[in-house]
Design a protein. Structure first.
Length: 193
């Protein structure tokens, strides 16, 4: 059991017979006789539905231990993404609803941690930021305005807003969960021996 105030991003809990993964947690202190509240954003690991309940700080929730295995992404087939464990060659299909917005960043051969509960995959753990190539956008312009943005489409089909100086074909870093531009990705420079 875990107190609501001890909830952290990435934890898996059981609440009213359903299993949820914690996406966000925010604790609000109460004033005077009013008790505080713990605001959460949870995702049902079976259905992929989001839920934003509030808990009392001292409320006890069942914390669930999950297994985690590194798995290689193979291919997407309809709404299912297929992964394989490199050590056992065991394959598993995971619904796009469970994977969430990170599905757009999957590339064949990519290895990611996959969390399992009771033998069923419940989530794929993505890095906070991923690199993606800009497939189309307006030509770059170098203006004095730092706060100006333009529309761009990435090779994975995601439409985002980027600064004016970004050109088609450039590699950019994008926040996986929100799809927001972070920075221009710099290719590793080759060192001369």
């Amino acid at each position: 059991m875990v107190m609501a105030t001890d909830l952290r991003e990435g934890m898996v809990i059981r609440f009213e017979r359903d299993v949820y993964k914690v996406l966000e947690v925010e604790s609000k202190a109460g004033a005077a006789k009013m008790g505080g509240v713990v605001k959460t954003k949870l995702i049902n690991v079976r259905s992929g539905r989001l839920w934003e309940p509030h808990f009392r700080p001292q409320e006890k929730l069942e914390n669930i231990e999950v297994e985690c295995h590194m798995m290689e992404f193979l291919y997407a087939d309809g709404g299912t993404c297929n992964f394989m464990r490199p050590d056992t060659y065991e394959q598993v299909g995971i619904s796009g609803a469970i994977i969430g917005p990170g599905e757009k960043f999957l590339q064949p051969g990519m290895e990611l941690p996959v969390e399992f509960f009771a033998g069923e995959p419940i989530s794929v753990v993505f890095p906070d930021v991923a690199d993606a190539r800009v497939s189309s956008t307006a030509p770059p312009s170098h203006s004095q305005q730092d706060s100006a943005w333009k529309e761009a489409t990435l090779e994975n089909g995601l439409a985002i807003r980027v600064p004016l100086f970004i050109a088609p074909g450039e590699l950019v870093r994008v926040e996986v969960r929100t799809g927001r531009y972070v920075e221009r990705a710099h290719a590793e420079r080759k060192r001369s021996a």
